[in-house]
Design a protein around this ligand. Structure first.
Ligand SMILES: Nc1ncnc2c1ncn2[C@@H]1O[C@H](COP(=O)(O)OP(=O)(O)OP(=O)(O)O)[C@@H](O)[C@H]1O
Ligand SMILES: [Mg+2]
Length: 203
């Protein structure tokens, strides 16, 4: 078993690639638990409703703490039990999203808080591999316009995706053994084949 997260800016193709990777692993005979953040666990579904409200833009520190309350539950109720039962786990977003969205480039230095929260919330439940889908903010915006999965996140409109994409690249640079930056500006099949080539060493 192994733990894989797929991350990247909104519209970069995470959901499409998570689905393909999970299908491919199942074809290989693996038991796979597919999950996502922030709403992978029960608490996360309630917290997601708070995060996507538009009547008051939450402060980064508020988002960081809310998301990690959800993550605390997600790690203990979904990820650890799945790995303990020898399943593969594939998560659509994980803590690199928190770094890229809430920590990187902010006016306040939330890195010490982020590091402390990661130690107690995530601990050693770190992915064996993280795929960072790299796509320009403009191209991701084009894809978000045509997205057909009924997905809606009103807070999306307020985000600076150029900065967030830089945040993901920064996260990857800090942990190059775990993180693989994958060029997402290719066909779904090409992106999947690239992701698969990074995952096969874990099989
Ligand atoms: N390689 C690709 N080429 C062209 N279109 C793509 C590609 N990958 C995904 N798409 C399309 O782009 C849109 C966004 O993809 P997807 O929903 O997987 O992104 P996402 O990263 O999960 O977004 P979000 O963060 O908002 O959930 C969808 O309509 C999807 O079909
Ligand atoms: Mg998605």
């Amino acid at each position: 078993m192994a733990f894989v997260s797929i991350d990247g800016i909104d519209g970069s193709g995470k959901s499409v690639q998570v689905k393909r990777l999970v299908e491919r692993l199942r074809e290989e005979g693996k038991n796979v638990v597919q999950t996502k953040e922030p709403d992978g666990g029960r608490l996360g579904r309630e917290i997601r409703a708070l995060l996507t409200r538009t009547d008051r833009q939450l402060e980064r520190v508020e988002e960081l703490l809310l998301i990690n309350a959800a993550r605390y539950d997600h790690v203990r109720s979904v990820i650890r039990p799945a790995l303990a039962a020898q399943n593969w786990v594939v998560s659509d977003r994980y803590f690199d999203s928190t770094y890229a969205l809430q920590v990187f480039g902010g006016a306040d230095d939330l890195l010490p808080l982020f590091d402390a929260v990661m130690r107690s919330v995530v601990g050693d439940s770190r992915p064996d591999a993280t795929i960072i889908l790299d796509l320009s903010a403009d191209k991701a915006a084009e894809r978000r316009k045509i997205r057909k999965d009924g997905h809606s996140d009103p807070a999306e409109a307020m985000r600076d995706f150029v900065q967030i994409a830089a945040g993901f690249r920064s996260a990857a640079a800090q942990d190059p053994r775990r993180c693989h930056i994958v060029n997402a500006d290719r066909t779904e099949e090409e992106v999947h084949a690239d992701i698969w080539s990074r995952i096969t060493p874990l099989l």
